[in-house]
Design a protein around this ligand. Structure first.
Ligand code: CP
Length: 344
């Protein structure tokens, strides 16, 4: 039987995303269940986490399952993901063995592994996650790599809760300053889910160098076409904010400088005025503001915006719990011989 994973929302149809969101809303109304009774999930964290770890552990517990947290290089052996490619300093074992052994113990493997800069520069592929999916014989969930699909679902659910139907709502993904941008995962994901939900999406960024990688821009263009929305790029703060229903903020590095932050620093610092503040939010259509968190206050968004009723970042963070329960229940249902796994 083919194993279905949750690696990217691009692997899921709009109808399947809608089904996951509906099940998540149901879990929000009625949190306890037995969908994971007797089942277990291994959560592999190559990078730090608060929300993802807490919500997955709790979600598994609430559905009668058990979660085991592993941090390679800390409380598990350092892992090599391709022959000769060191993931965590002194490599001890290959993902081939890790994924196969874990598949004998647990029912789902979930992985957080931000791409190393070298991976990005070589071919921009998501090698750690792909390797787990290749060698595991159980479903694999992406806990944030070069995309963050669980965050996408939580974001979409929060937007639906506040706006209802998202079709052709005006959505702005704005770049914001950060002294040390980490990766483009959530920015890539925001474009993909907003276009998948049929929204009219603007990518607002300081210069063309900050337009996201063409792989994700292409996904977003196709999603917009398939779902009756649109995608445009703007470098004009005022026109992008005007009339917006949603402002979503994220920092990321200029693509040509990825990993060479010192060379890019002057461009980034010249654009600190992209901070989300009350004056910009006043241009919107009583717009909502959100962010995946963690967020540096008064660097990406002001205290006034974060503490305003427009800010739904906490709702979005809460929804991580509900949507991930839907994802786990779906994958377990499917691997247990259930329906599509989305019929619940
Ligand atoms: N948004 C998010 O994934 O948060 P953590 O890094 O705390 O898991």
């Amino acid at each position: 039987m083919t194993v279905r994973h949750f690696l990217s929302t691009q692997d899921y149809s709009r109808a399947e995303i809608d089904a996951l969101l509906a099940q998540a809303a149901e879990f929000k109304r009625s949190p306890q269940g037995q969908q994971l009774a007797g089942k277990s999930i291994a959560l592999m964290f190559f990078n730090p986490s608060m929300r993802t770890r807490t919500s997955f552990e709790l979600g598994a517990f609430q559905l009668g399952g058990h979660a085991i947290v592993l941090s390679p290089g800390k409380d598990a052996w350092p892992i090599e993901f391709e022959m000769g490619t060191v993931m965590d300093g002194d490599t001890e074992e290959h993902i081939a063995e890790v994924a196969r052994v874990l598949s004998r113990y647990v029912d789902i493997i979930a992985v957080r592994a931000f791409p190393k800069f070298v991976d990005w520069q070589v071919d921009r592929q998501d090698k750690v996650l792909e390797s787990f999916a290749k060698f595991a014989t159980v479903p694999v969930i992406n806990l944030e790599t070069i995309t963050h699909p669980c965050q996408e679902l939580a974001h979409a659910l929060a937007l639906q809760e506040h706006l209802g139907d998202l079709q052709n709502k005006k959505y702005v993904l704005t770049w914001t300053y950060h002294p040390k941008p980490l990766n483009t995962a959530v920015a890539n994901s925001a474009l993909m889910i907003a276009t998948k939900m049929g929204m009219d999406v603007t990518l607002l960024c300081p210069t063309p160098e900050y337009i996201l990688d063409e792989r994700y821009m292409d996904f977003a263009k196709q999603n917009a076409k398939d779902n009756g929305g649109s995608l445009q790029v703007s470098h004009d703060i005022e026109s992008a904010y005007r009339g917006a229903d949603v402002i979503y903020a994220k920092s990321w590095g200029a693509i040509p400088y990825f990993g060479r932050w010192d060379e890019e620093k002057a461009i980034r610092e010249a654009n600190k005025h992209f901070i989300v503040d009350e004056a910009k939010m006043a241009l919107t259509n009583h717009g909502l503001f959100s962010h995946c968190l963690p967020l540096r206050r008064n660097i990406k968004a002001t205290d006034a915006v974060m503490d305003s009723p427009a800010c739904i970042a906490i709702d979005e963070a809460e929804n991580r719990l509900h949507v991930q329960k839907a994802v786990m229940a779906s994958l377990i249902s499917q691997s247990s011989g259930g329906k599509s796994g989305l019929g619940f």
